[in-house]
Ligand binder design. Sequence first.
Ligand code: ATP
Length: 234
Amino acid sequence: MLSVDGLCVSYHGVPALLDVSLEIERGAITTIVGSNGAGKTTLMKAIAGLLVPDRGSVHLFGQDVGGRTPAEMVQAGVTLVPEGRRLFGQMSVRDNLMTGAYSRDDRSAIPADFETVLGHFPALRDRLNAPASDLSGGQQQMLAVGRALMASPRLVLLDEPTIGLAPAVVNTICDIIETISRNGVEVLLVEQNAHIALELATRAYVMENGRIVLSGSGKELEHNDQVREAYLGL
Ligand code: ATP
């Protein structure tokens, strides 16, 4: 449904992505594993229209979406949950969720999606009128994912959603990623935690120094010696 082909991105002439190609298939959870600075966030931003690539293309359902703005990408069905969440701290949980639906044309479907999101994250229902900044870290991450789902996306890009969260909350986030996928929304997940990324992945890619260096099913990569040593600490 989404293909990235030969993508190159640089910051002020310094390359951050070098000839990156990947495929996101229907019904898949696609994950990208890589250490600090490998280029994972840059790739997400380029797909979401937040960075303009030097070269290469992004196709969504066969259509070239190069040059689209982030808002146009959301309308096309691609929503980013950025690292660090970027919530509106002073705004209520309810209003943060509703900002996700801002650009939707199908306004009549929004109340049902609001209920679906609260069904995924019951903890948010009790805090709807609280400012987002009052939530715990885990609840804030749930809110960030919920806000993305309020856009009714076809593809959600999740940048390090489990970072800094307690193990029990990490499990909740992993469960919701699987639920989102079962509900027909494609997921591209970036994770430094390779255990999580490979466990969830239908297909996984390993990035190093701006390049994809390995790809395979989550299971294949879990058994790859290089991955076991460098990313799984085995
Ligand atoms: P992390 O897990 O730390 O977020 P990452 O794999 O997501 O790492 P990126 O954030 O995409 O990596 O960074 C890739 C490279 O681009 C790094 O060398 C980084 O220093 C550089 N970089 C990222 N953002 C900028 C920026 N705004 N200006 C200049 N260089 C940048």
